[in-house]
Design a protein around this ligand. Structure first.
Ligand code: AMP
Length: 606
């Protein structure tokens, strides 16, 4: 067993007594991982003993692992949908949790096209806050002097809705930023942001970003770290600077905020910082007007020591672009979390992105691990409950799917993340994030699976029927070369009357453009929200490839050792030679001409 030895005794190296206490807490939790897990499960089962859910499975008040594992099934969101729907509709009885459900957190994972609704309880905010509070003490072990400046973080809230029963439904970070925990946080010199809270709390994406960027520019020499939650968010901010630097410079030169920002609390907060500064305006304009944007981050914010963004999992595709814009600054992936539960943190935050491992904190929930591939074939297959392994018992090198039991009432819930054990910190395993199951395409927080893509292609290809044409084969690619990234779908068409003019007719008349939009309309609500409200995904593109291209694709795969009997068209491709092959066969490219429909309201019955 590889036991990590970096943080032990770290509390002795801590930047201050408060940090030392947090580091001791990490040591204590990880040294006693199994005992903490046992205690967490007993606590959860004791408080929830009388819930409808645990009674249904005859737990009879037992709080031990063996009874729990024998009686409680391993479930997915779809299994819990009836209970969740009842809570959403206003049933306040103790269905899943003995503590009242305070709100729903809307996951970027979707079910039937809508965000999953994760029940949460008030005290979970404390648990999330606790995990946040561990991040800087760890970071301070690796980077000195972070109390001497500020963090330029692009943080955003998203729109919220009410369920039919009146509970608020919103993303977990929106819930956190709007909480007292965040807004009334005590002053901490290691955690000072350049963004005014009013700018973070503004739901209008343009006004929020504009104000955050402006304040970042005004305090550019104070900035010691630049970040966003995910890499895609930071790249969006850079794109925003590319598009709006002239306007920002005008504001800086004049000492007056553009009238486009109308939110009075933002205007008030910005007014405290904004004074005419023609010299700064000239500097920013000179940097931004250069055609080469390499290392723009360190040029504009020269004291930046690292980027604080998640670049693991689906975000790894952005590493080269971030390296380019930051001139190779280290990228710190500090934590691993979800709407269901905050899981853990990276104890070596300055390591290379390819080396990132997260240590799951055993106090956050009760964690179990389903050996990957142990769920039979395909969705809906029944899980053999006995296969699940406890946190302390996972094995280095093995891959598992994460299963959680939370204080808020999820019991043996499959998160859908696949993790590989890379080692241990004390007795707590550390995990590399491998992937989220069933995600084919992702640009930002959107997650499109194969079934959703298939449905979207089917719905769009119906528009080809009047032309006697159909889609014979398709595949897709998340194109992130430009910001914002966009979905590219390669279509091979078959015109039934086989005349070249019929095929041509399809690619004229705006039919393909309408197909692009029809595909977008059929994709899930997180995709559409990113397109419409956030502008963080660009218009979907269909590239029509010439007849026979997919056969060539198969020939290529077979030449590389694929079995002809087992060959299936990959529904998503990222391997450069395959992309090159596809792109060299493109006969026409078409973009969605408009935004798909999206409103914060959920579609009926979801
Ligand atoms: P959400 O429920 O929308 O907050 O999404 C949570 C999901 O985002 C997780 O289950 C992971 O699939 C992904 N995720 C969160 N943190 C990380 C991370 N540090 N690295 C890779 N993927 C992550």
């Amino acid at each position: 067993m590889a036991v990590e030895t970096v943080v032990p005794a770290a509390s002795a190296k801590a930047a201050n007594e408060k940090d030392a206490e947090k580091l001791r807490f990490i040591e204590e939790m990880t040294a006693n991982a199994d005992a903490v897990q046992e205690k967490v499960l007993a606590e959860i089962l004791t408080r929830n003993a009388d819930t409808e859910y645990l009674r249904r499975y005859g737990l009879g008040g037992a709080t031990d692992r063996a009874t729990f594992k024998a009686k409680i099934p391993v479930v997915t969101y779809e299994d819990l949908q009836p209970e969740i729907q009842r809570i959403a509709n206003g049933d306040r009885s103790a269905i899943l949790s003995a503590h009242p459900i305070s709100e729903f957190l809307t996951s970027s994972g979707t079910s039937a096209g809508e965000r999953k609704l994760m029940p949460t309880i008030k005290e979970e905010l404390d648990r999330r806050q606790l995990l946040f509070s561990l991040l800087m003490p760890v970071m301070n072990l690796y980077v000195a002097g972070l109390d001497k400046g500020k963090g330029l973080y692009f943080l955003f809230v998203k729109s919220e809705t009410k369920t039919p029963g009146g509970l608020t439904a919103r993303p977990v970070l929106t819930s956190y930023y709007k909480s007292e925990h965040f807004q009334s946080r005590p002053y901490d010199p290691y955690n000072v942001f350049t963004s005014p809270t009013a700018a973070i709390l503004c739901a209008d994406a343009f006004q929020s970003m504009y104000a955050q960027m402006l304040c970042g520019l005004l305090q550019r020499l104070d900035v010691l770290r630049v970040g966003a939650v995910f890499a895609s968010g930071l790249l969006r901010a850079i794109r925003f600077l590319q598009l709006h630097w002239q306007e920002l410079c005008n504001d800086i030169a004049a000492g007056a905020l553009t009238p486009k920002v109308t939110d009075p609390s933002i205007r008030g907060a910005v007014a405290e910082l904004l004074k005419p500064d023609p010299e700064l305006a000239r500097f920013v304009a000179a940097e931004c007007s250069k055609s080469d944007w390499a290392a723009i981050i360190t040029r504009v914010w020269p004291n930046t020591k690292y980027l604080d963004v998640i670049v693991t999992g689906a975000m790894a595709q952005y590493i080269p672009t971030l390296e380019y814009y930051s001139g190779g600054l280290p990228m710190a992936c500090t934590m691993y979390a979800s709407s269901e539960c905050f899981f853990g943190l990276n104890l070596k935050p300055m390591c290379d992105p390819s080396e990132v491992s997260y240590t799951i904190m055993p106090n956050m929930a009760y964690f179990e691990f389903l050996p990957h591939g142990g769920d039979g074939q395909g969705p809906g297959a029944v899980v053999d409950k006995t296969q699940l392994v406890d946190l302390a018992d996972v094995e280095v090198g093995h891959e598992y799917e994460l299963v959680i039991t939370t204080y808020a009432g999820l019991n043996r819930y499959r998160v859908g993340d696949v993790l590989r054990v890379t080692g241990f910190h004390n007795a707590a395993p550390q995990f590399r994030f491998i992937r989220r199951k069933n995600v084919l395409l992702s640009i930002e927080s959107d997650k499109t699976d194969e079934a959703e893509l298939q449905k979207a292609v089917e719905s769009a290809s119906a528009l080809l029927r009047p032309y006697n044409a159909s889609v014979v084969e398709y595949t897709s690619h998340a194109d992130t070369k430009a910001i914002p990234g966009h979905y590219v779908i390669y279509w091979e068409l078959l015109a039934k009357d086989a005349s070249p003019s019929a095929a041509e007719a399809v690619t004229r008349d705006g039919v393909m453009e309408r197909c692009c939009l029809a595909m977008e309309e059929a994709l899930n609500s997180v995709y559409r929200q990113s397109r419409v409200a956030d502008g963080s995904i660009g218009p979907l593109e269909i590239r029509v490839v010439r007849g026979g291209t997919f056969e060539e694709l198969m020939d290529y795969a077979i030449s590389r050792g694929a079995s002809i009997n087992q060959y299936k068209v990959p529904r998503c491709v990222s391997f450069p030679p395959i992309l090159e092959l596809l792109d060299s066969r493109v006969v026409s490219a078409h973009f969605s001409p408009a935004s798909p429909k999206w409103t914060p309201r959920r579609r009926a019955n979801q």
